[in-house]
Design a protein around this ligand. Structure first.
Ligand code: NAP
Length: 245
């Protein structure tokens, strides 16, 4: 059985390790944007497939039996491509992603997109902790220009940050003590903007935000491209795979 895992997340790596240990032949794909990607078992395929059509060709050429889309919940382009490619070639597809926080009642403000999140952060009047990734910063530059913003990401952004912003370059996972230190400052931060990464437990930065009474703006996940089979745990994805052998 040849399985393609669309990766770039901790869950994808966990699944790849489980599947590899179970003797499943794996290809593990990455967008190829990070200059220091983390290792995963199986054959690494990096740099994309060339849209849904390119992926469909690849699935057939490589005789892929099943695809697990374990990309980040905000990698909407890849998820849509996987959906359409698998549908066109009749390849079973499973989505593996952390459970959304959308049902939680935490008093957060939800934003449908980055411009709305930027407006909400600006309206908070507080100094901001911005953790939305380097590709999305452009939407925040003007609304938060002249404001105190601490923004954290793995690699430096392509855009020039305003002088009042501070860049933290770091790769997670982060512990509660790390996040408390960020909020404590200086500057002490009073607003957090982050994505609905989801998961069974609250992210430490959300706990730290709540401890200091910071307002929280959460970006809602993009809508799925269609009806997707979804699981939230790597072992559920492995069970789905082994049920097909
Ligand atoms: P995206 O906008 O959905 O994808 C854009 C294009 O990048 C896709 O059409 C595809 O190119 C390529 N691509 C994306 N993920 C790929 C993968 N796993 N394997 C092969 N090609 C991939 O994706 P994105 O939001 O830029 O995310 C890129 C990667 O970073 C993903 O692997 C994702 O899991 C990871 N990541 C994203 C976020 C986030 O917030 N978006 C956070 C953490 C990690 P082709 O059309 O040429 O196939």
């Amino acid at each position: 059985m040849h399985v393609l895992v669309l990766g770039g997340t901790a869950l994808a790596r966990q699944l790849a390790e489980l599947a590899d240990a179970a003797g499943i032949t794996l290809s593990y794909s990455l967008a190829g944007r990070t200059r220091s990607p983390q290792n995963a078992p199986g054959r690494i395929v990096s740099g994309g497939f060339g849209g849904a059509a390119g992926l469909a060709e690849w699935l057939t050429a490589e005789r892929v039996d099943a695809v697990i889309d374990a990309t980040h919940s905000f990698a909407a382009g890849m998820t849509a491509n996987a959906f359409h490619a698998c549908q066109s070639r009749g390849v079973p597809l499973l989505r593996l992603e952390p459970r959304s926080w959308a049902d939680r009642d935490e008093g957060w403000s939800w934003a449908e997109d980055h411009p709305q999140a930027a407006r909400l952060a600006a309206q908070s009047g507080a100094d901001v902790f911005l953790t939305v990734g380097r590709q999305n910063l452009a939407a925040y530059l003007e609304p938060l220009r002249g404001r105190v913003v601490v923004t954290r990401m793995v690699e430096a952004p392509d855009v020039t940050l305003p002088e009042s912003w501070r860049l933290l370059l770091a790769r997670g996972p982060f512990q509660l003590a790390d996040e408390r230190a960020v909020f404590a400052g200086p500057p002490a931060l009073g607003c957090l903007v982050t994505k609905d990464a989801g998961g069974e437990r609250l992210d430490p930065k959300l706990i730290a935000a709540s401890e200091v009474g910071a307002s929280v703006v959460i970006l809602a996940r993009p809508k799925p491209p269609g009806e997707l089979a979804v699981v939230h745990q790597p072992d559920q994805a492995l069970a789905w795979l082994t049920s097909r052998t």
